[in-house]
Design a protein around this ligand. Structure first.
Ligand code: UD1
Length: 355
């Protein structure tokens, strides 16, 4: 059996790594790894491949940045000849980035079976580019691997046949479970004491420059009480520069370049609280039991609200302040283990795909 994996952007890499490994161990499977090149900076891509122990991609489509239509179209145009030549039995796509939807669309037209890992998540907010990617990819997929029961319910409601859907758990947690001991040995946070970890990169937050300025002002204020560590996504750094509000990095508000996987995992584990608009970080903090304050109106990962440590704040800065006070008073909120977020999701997928 020949399985072709497509990855493109940073959050795909930690999802593909454990499945590449599990299928390798299953035996009898040849695998091809295609990197679309949506993320291309060494700090957004190469260092992740290295730390995650992933093979060098067999093919790099080098699509780079562009508008959504340009990026999606470039992936499609450059991916089609690769699939035609490789003739895989399955193409596996991950998550919800532009590369995911583009690859699924190419395969659907060529009638090549597609498996979607992390299927069924819905924010019900179509202003998010990722929600469009999720809807399209799930409609076009032949096998849908879901991380939680809410995702199954969403897919059934959209008319996806039950036999295509498999609740397998969270592959991103597979990587976390495997690499947490290595992350725990790092000393990148020596001597810092309690701190707040921040990431922000969603268009809804960082493309709205007055709002971006407001959030930075709030973070500078938080920094007076507790050190704030903020690894800055390239898109966010660009927007801060556009808004003329790229703060000077100092001991209170440390702006860092994008951080490699292990170092970031060490930061999440050690943080008193995480403020973010990322999807994956809502899940990772829930697993780690670290409070997460999410600067979004909605989440496609509601299990992190009901069983995990996540709180949605939307654009409410006074609430951000009060939630921070609450966390200072009770640093480890109640959370329960989430079913099947146990480090073995990719084994379950490998059994279904190659078994
Ligand atoms: C993409 C995903 C998002 C995911 C995020 C994680 C989509 C629609 N969005 O958003 O779901 O949470 O990745 O990082 O697919 N850039 C660089 N170097 C890089 C990559 C990007 O400088 O290696 C800059 C470019 O200016 C680019 C901008 O970042 O225009 C945005 O990159 P893009 O891939 O379009 O989307 P992300 O915001 O990274």
């Amino acid at each position: 059996m020949h399985i072709l994996h497509v990855v493109g952007a940073r959050p795909n890499f930690m999802k593909a790594a454990p499945l590449l490994r599990a299928l390798g161990e299953a035996g009898g499977v040849s695998q091809t790894l295609v990197h679309t090149g949506q993320h291309y900076d060494a700090a957004m891509s190469d260092v992740f491949f290295h730390q995650l122990g992933m093979p060098v991609p067999d093919v790099n489509l080098s699509v780079g940045s562009g508008s959504h239509a340009q990026q999606t179209a470039e992936v499609m145009a450059r991916f089609e000849p690769v699939v035609l030549e490789q003739k895989p039995d399955w193409v596996v796509v991950y998550g919800d980035v532009n590369s995911t939807a583009a690859a699924a669309l190419v395969c659907a037209k060529l009638q090549i079976p597609v498996a979607h890992v992390e299927a069924g998540l819905r924010s019900r907010d179509r202003s998010m580019p990722e929600e469009i990617n999720r809807l399209v990819t799930d409609q076009l997929s032949d096998l849908l691997f879901t991380p939680s029961a809410d995702a199954d319910a969403n897919l059934l409601q959209e008319g996806i046949p039950r036999e295509k859907i498999h609740l397998v758990g969270n592959v991103m947690i597979d990587t976390l479970v495997r690499l947490l001991p290595q992350a725990a040995m790092l000393d990148n946070l020596a001597g810092i004491g309690p701190f707040v970890l921040v990431t922000l990169h969603r268009p809804a937050n960082v493309d709205d420059l007055p709002w971006l300025r407001e959030m930075l002002t709030a973070l500078l204020q938080v920094g007076r009480e507790l050190p704030v560590i903020f690894p800055v996504h390239p898109r966010t750094r660009q927007r801060m520069a556009d808004a003329g509000c790229l703060p000077a990095s100092d001991g209170r508000l440390r702006l860092l370049p994008p951080v490699p996987y292990l170092e970031f995992l060490a930061m999440q584990r050690a943080a008193l609280v995480v403020i973010t608009d990322s999807g994956g970080i809502q899940e990772e903090t829930s697993y780690l039991g670290v409070p997460c304050l999410t600067m979004r109106e909605n989440t496609e990962r509601p299990i992190t609200l009901t069983a995990g440590t996540n709180t949605l704040l939307g654009r409410d800065i006074p609430r951000l302040r009060s939630e921070l006070q609450r966390v200072l008073a009770d640093p480890r909120p109640d959370s329960r283990p989430i079913p099947l977020w146990d480090g073995r999701a990719s084994e379950r997928i490998a059994k279904i795909l190659a078994g």
